[in-house]
Design a binder for this molecule. Sequence first.
Ligand code: NOJ
Length: 546
Amino acid sequence: MASAPSRSTPWWRDAVCYQIYVRSFADADGDGVGDLRGITAHLDYLERLNVDALWLTPFYTSPQADHGYDVADYRDVDPLFGTLADFDEMLAGAHARDLRVIVDLVPNHTSSAHPWFVAALADGPDSTARKRYLFRDGRGPDGAEPPNNWQSVFGGPAWTRVPDPSTGSGHRGQWYLHLFDPEQPDLNWDDPDVGDEFESVLRFWLDRGVDGFRVDVAHGLFKETGMPDVRGGAGTGPTLDDTMSQWDRPYWDQPGVHDVYRRWRQVLDSYPGDRMMIGEAWVGSPESMAQYVRADEMNQVFNFHWLSTPFSAPALRDVIAETYAAVGPVGATPTWVLSNHDVVRTVTHYGGGDLGLARAKASMLAMLALPGSAYVYQGEELGLPQVDVAPADRQDPTWLRGGGVGRDGCRVPLPWSGQAPPFGFSPDSPQPVRTWLPQPGWFRDYTVEHESHDPFSTLSFMRYAIARRRGLVDRLSHELEMLDRGDDVVAFRRAGVDGAPGLVCVVNCGTVDVPVDDLGTAVVLSSALAEGTGQLLPDSAAWFLS
Ligand code: NOJ
């Protein structure tokens, strides 16, 4: 298989990066919502998990229409999450433990509460303020029809009509584009103000010491000239990843995005310490993905192929091959993602229960053995399944707008300790704190406290696997040799460098035991080898030094 040639060895090249969904990680101030001081209080936990970096979802000033992906002030912390001083303290604490910190950058849209958008509504058509967004006149008599047939990723039309400020005549003015919620107006990246503002925002956080950025909707910034109708009907997919990845849309993956990332890369490279950016870019082909990680653009892009793939050896082998096809030719490093705050949790995706958990752990072992960076979503280390959130408790705009299964079930606040909600997520108080999404009673079996005491828990497995990886990774080649161990098996080897042993990973996706006795002694296992037979059980994985 083609290899992803190594560049130098910046920290992010082989990092395990832990995604913190800030609202749901830990609540220090007792309001039922996670916050920055909650993260600071649990840095020891993250250090003990042996991860290299943290990615924090947006904690900036925001009305929270999309839980922070609607930013009203890119240079401040929302009081819900703390203060800039809390951020600095968290960052210093992370750095003191050798943990890097990546923050989320949301450049496709602002909040409708952002001062720029407030001015755009007040100033009216043809104003400087309106040119920073995508306002258009409507079609049909009186401009009553939206300017085109685009649909929002969250469901419903992607256009909202606003009053005309000169006449104050109700909703009879222009329309603005929002590819997501109406409270997330899309910016106009053809306007030079927008590029200058985001360079300044980058510098603001780099100056504070962040190690990098996760770039939201990185494939969406530019829209096709003239904003034509979606050909063959607008349609929306049943899930967020479907709609985000329907790449033949005139608003995804337009060539203009690449100049933005070249500009940002120059800014990042002008700071010491291997600052980086990773893009959320849902694009249609390995060739398109490769464009984002050319040597002068993004350092990495998320590789989402695995998220929607069944636990099937041919499918997983395809994921690996396609990933290498994408990044290899441009010399970028691969990334691997099993889960995040937008998708159904892996255990549930793989069927739930013991079977789902076994498959999630086996996939995790494969991901951690592959070359490149692994992104782990909070709660994966506990083996958390998806929570079935009652309709009355739902908060996700995709659910409220009818755009799919909703994302609340993977965002329920983490269980830390104890036998009942809030399970240590919020501080003790005479009246137990109500968390922003309710936690189910069965979380008692998944608390960090409970799992820390059990050497066979998912948490113990994850701590051990990530620690072993850390001990091995610097002396493993980025070359990947796929091994043929049968149709239902994913097996690969990475050679050791400087005389170090190589690493073989075998994943049994089939229904019968697979012989592995020729591979030596397993050093990490996702479940078990059948007693004394040298056979790897179905739905398990193992690492061997070889
Ligand atoms: C992708 C983020 O991961 C998701 O949570 C958000 O809703 C959309 N981008 C819009 O910003």
